[in-house]
Unconditional design. Structure first.
Length: 163
């Protein structure tokens, strides 16, 4: 699949059993608009399907197709290949050190992740108010779990205010 951002977003967090479409923005760290674009493209290309939850209710689920599962597996394989190539090029110790430095931004025993300090919104900003506050709070408490794995800029330039 040539669309890395789609693999690193909606496809990365989807599964064969299905993921609630409403949860995809939070899981992928993207706006609803970006997820909608991703879902449309992934469905048209046969990587996933969306539909009602088979157990009933109004919940819509996104499920990987066999083609989507292969693309997801390939995405993870390519990540490993890239890291291996970096180790060959720059040395395993350098890449291990880089990994440790980056992980230190996301994990700090007994305290908030260091990266969280740079994610706190200013009080009058849109991220500090509903409906975005819940996502902002989740992102601050767990940046690794809530930030996107690939940059996604909408047609407006950003989300939701173009920033």
């Amino acid at each position: 699949m040539t669309h890395s951002r789609y693999c690193a977003s909606a496809l990365r967090v989807s599964g064969e059993d299905g993921v609630a479409v409403r949860d995809l923005p939070r899981l992928a760290g993207l706006s609803r608009e970006s997820i909608a674009v991703s879902l449309g493209l992934l469905q048209r290309r046969g990587y996933l399907v969306t539909g009602p939850d088979p157990s009933g209710g109004r919940l819509r689920l996104a499920r990987l197709t066999p083609r989507g599962r292969r693309a997801q597996d390939e995405y993870h394989r390519l990540l490993a290949v890239i890291e291996e190539r970096w180790q060959d090029r720059f040395g395993a110790a350098s890449i291990s050190s880089l990994r440790g430095s980056l992980q230190a931004l996301y994990r700090r025993p007994g305290g908030a992740p260091l990266l969280s300090e740079g994610l706190r919104p200013y009080p009058d900003g849109w991220r500090a108010h509903p409906p975005y506050l819940a996502g902002t709070t989740a992102m601050i408490s767990d940046p690794a779990g809530y930030l996107p794995h690939y940059p996604a800029v909408s047609h407006r330039g950003g989300f939701p205010d173009g920033s």
